[in-house]
Design a protein around this ligand. Structure first.
Ligand code: AP5
Length: 208
């Protein structure tokens, strides 16, 4: 059976960077609630628009996010899930929808998280993720079109980290208690972090 991998971690831990690589390397769907919400930021819903929550660094209501994940899981055989679940109620909902083969936690310290988020830049055409210090494109045309995410300002990053400590750390604790959590040190070059995650998956994906 295909891998069904959960990638957990704080904002800026490298979930997006590593999920893309894992999806390519293992032929998995990359399911990311953050990208799905960004693509529909101004969509009117029963809960208002996603933008109202995202630009403040708050969580978008569970009902809306659960619907996104439901639809994505229905279409996916194997997947890497990035940005969900973010609170215990989402974790419970997920456990009713599917079984996981691995719940991997990317561990990164707070100073490094802030540095990564405030320095992140995105290519709107390809979705490629860059960083002003660690990884910038050489192509002048790409450099000129790079954008910063609305929620990557220092002020919103602080709020996002608070929301993470309050809502998502209990989720990580939950998977630790069930014995499903695999911790990976995320403070290394992205290639090295990818190696570490791959080792974990290749060891015994069904036993994780
Ligand atoms: P979301 O898009 O999920 O953002 P996030 O979890 O805050 O995570 P990020 O995308 O910011 O970080 P990342 O871990 O993917 O880091 P990346 O790989 O880019 O959510 C955004 C908002 O949507 C939320 O605030 C909320 O409002 C809403 N939302 C989403 N899901 C929700 C849910 N389930 N429920 C409710 N609301 C939800 O890396 C960061 C930077 O570091 C990059 O510049 C990268 O180049 C660099 N980098 C990566 N790895 C390394 C490395 N090893 N060394 C050096 N630099 C690195």
């Amino acid at each position: 059976m295909s891998n069904r991998i959960l990638l957990l971690g704080a904002p800026g831990a490298g979930k997006g960077t590593q999920s893309k690589r894992l999806a390519d390397a293992y032929g998995l769907e990359h399911i990311t609630t953050g990208d799905a919400l960004r693509a529909n930021k101004d969509m009117e819903t029963d809960y208002g628009t996603p933008r109202e929550y995202m630009d403040a660094g708050e969580l978008v209501p569970d009902g809306l996010v659960n619907e996104i994940v439901d639809a994505a899981l229905a279409d996916a055989d194997g997947f890497v899930l990035d940005g969900y679940p973010r609170n215990l109620s989402q974790a419970e909902y997920l456990s009713e929808q599917t079984d996981l083969t691995a719940a991997i936690f990317l561990d990164v310290g707070e100073d490094e998280l802030v540095r990564r988020l405030t320095g992140r830049r995105l290519d709107p055409e390809t979705g490629e993720i860059y960083h002003v210090e660690f990884n910038m494109p050489e192509d002048e045309a790409i450099l000129e079109r790079l954008e910063q995410r609305d929620d990557d300002t220092e002020e919103v990053v602080t709020d996002r980290l608070e929301v993470y400590y309050e809502n998502t750390e209990p989720v990580i604790e939950h998977y630790r208690e069930t014995g499903d959590l695999i911790e990976v040190d995320g403070e290394a070059h992205p290639d090295e972090v990818f190696e570490r995650i791959s080792e974990v998956i290749d060891e015994d994906p069904t036993d994780a």
